[in-house]
Design a protein around this ligand. Structure first.
Ligand code: AHR
Length: 499
């Protein structure tokens, strides 16, 4: 099949905020205990952090990590995770029905974040707690000293403030499964008052208000407009969450699910701009897609988990190659909205619906979805260019899906153009006629591709190499045109630059 694609510097979408490549660590399953933290493991460092995991996180290039939840945060007492470890309480954790030992809290996580080369996106509990506890946490993290909470931090061994810049005002507060779930008016009011107090402690922070838990919630749309009605002037971002799965075993349809993400983003932008108009505001609300991924493989196994155990293996999806292609399409979709989606978090990072897996006491490896994320994070920095694409489509439950999903990112500093493209066809090559006349002097530099012998291939501890990126010969180039052939079911990154 043939497709043609033009990129021009004259048609930018917007600049990529590096936080688009964020991720998420929740106190859930083996994300923290047995994931990032395992004292006594042969690879653990002086603080008990697994160095093998840190190395993979750094390879992924994650600039921000949301913490500590998720549903977990809605019952969390953050003070439990500060101070001497031997004094920390064990508590029943109601979101995931486990026991939380509190051996890791903000004191440890900020140290882990430094070692991982990432920032923290901190969530506060607006389920069972409120503005005062959130304000106190900002004081603990960001106040210089000379006050109760900042002095407690200093006593705990941290003279310098943690400097947490990005904060979430609760998590999925519209969900009946959430501790302390709220109506849109209840949440909007408490989020507004919490936002004011948090910013009074540290005016430099940025705040994310909760949007709907997903676009299928019965209150979706109304929730966004009501919450923003209360919070518009006090927050900087509105959140979106979405997970996808191939429950019906229909691969072409599953590969088209990024169309749903695209529509979801468009609807939230429209709703936010409606509130902007009502308020006659000059400010444009940005979006934080702070939970997204494939999540369905582990659903049945999770029903069998013994309640009140410590760090059981929960939400441990083993990802297939087709999941990696979906993650690639979702990344391209996020990039195509880079003008409004400024933050996004792949949920999650280690063991729990994650690109990185570990054995407790054993090995660590990269799942299939690790690779498109790594490529996007590495080459997708700069200014997003809108694709002018002509390409055949196929019918899906999300509407007509183009066989090629694509976006371009121009990195002015490096004078490099990265073209990301997924070929959704399971059987056919796509001969792509790529017109780059607007980039004189650019030549093909490298061509990275991810493909596999079958859609259900996985990477495991014993066979972590089943799905690995390859470098292919550079496509033919002349007269400002390249003609790469995208193999069936493939993730492709073509990098053009000055030789
Ligand atoms: O990421 C797993 C869970 O999914 C999070 O705790 C919650 O916010 C969402 O429903």
């Amino acid at each position: 099949m043939k497709a043609s694609l033009i990129f021009s510097r004259s048609f930018p979408v917007g600049d990529v905020d590096p936080r688009l490549y964020g991720s998420f660590i929740e106190h859930l399953g083996r994300a923290v205990y047995g994931g990032i933290y395992e004292p006594g493991h042969p690879a653990s460092d002086d603080r008990g952090f697994r160095r093998d995991v840190l190395e993979l996180v750094r390879k992924l290039g994650v600039p921000i990590v949301r913490y500590p939840g998720g549903n977990f945060v809605s019952g969390y007492k953050w003070e439990d995770g500060t101070g001497p470890k031997e004094l920390r309480p064990r508590r029943p954790e109601l979101a995931w029905r486990t026991v939380e030992t509190n051996q890791v809290g903000i004191d440890e996580f900020q140290e882990w974040a430094k070692r991982a080369g990432t920032e923290i996106m901190m969530a506060v509990n607006l389920g069972t707690r409120g503005p005062e506890e959130a304000r106190a946490l900002v004081e603990y993290c960001n106040f210089k000293g000379g006050t109760y909470e900042s002095d407690r931090r200093i006593q705990n061994g941290f003279r310098e403030p943690f400097g947490v810049k990005t904060w979430c005002l609760g998590n999925e507060m519209d969900g009946p499964w959430q501790m302390g779930a709220k109506t849109a008016d209840e949440y909007g009011r408490i989020a507004c008052e919490t936002a004011k107090m948090m910013k009074w402690v540290d005016p430099s922070i940025e705040l994310v208000a909760c949007g709907s838990s997903n676009s299928s919630m019965p209150t979706f749309g109304k929730w966004e407009s009501t919450v923003l009605g209360h919070t518009y002037d006090h927050v900087d971002y509105l959140s979106l969450h979405s997970y996808y799965g191939n429950r019906s075993g229909n691969t072409p349809d599953f590969l088209a699910c990024s169309l749903d993400m695209d529509q979801f983003i468009r609807s939230v932008i429209a709703t936010a701009d409606y509130v902007k108009a009502l308020k006659r505001s000059k400010k444009t609300m940005m979006l934080s897609f702070d939970e997204w991924n494939v999540w369905f493989h582990s659903n049945d196994a999770d029903k069998k988990i013994e309640p009140w155990s410590i760090a059981p293996p929960q939400l441990e999806d083993v990802y297939t190659f087709e999941d990696a292609l979906v993650v690639g399409c979702l990344l391209i979709t996020l990039l195509r909205h880079a003008d409004r989606v400024k933050i996004a978090c792949l949920a999650q990072l280690v063991n729990v619906i994650a690109p990185i897996m570990t054995e407790t006491g054993g090995r660590a490896w990269a799942q299939t979805i690790f690779y498109p994320f790594m490529d996007a994070s590495r080459y997708g920095r700069g200014r997003v260019l809108a694709p002018a694409l002509a390409c055949p489509v196929y019918e899906s439950s999300y509407g007509d899906a183009p066989y090629v999903e694509t976006v371009g990112v121009w990195n002015a500093e490096k004078e490099e153009l990265a073209v990301f493209a997924v070929n959704r066809s399971l059987t056919e090559d796509v001969e792509l006629s790529l017109d780059l006349r607007d980039f004189p002097g650019l030549q093909p530099k490298s061509y990275h591709i991810l493909t596999a012998g079958g859609m259900k291939v996985t990477n495991t501890a014993d066979e972590p190499w089943n799905v690995l990126p390859m470098i292919l010969p550079l496509p033919a180039f002349g007269g400002g045109k390249a003609a790469p052939v995208l193999p069936p079911h493939s993730w492709n990154v073509l990098v053009f630059g000055k030789k």
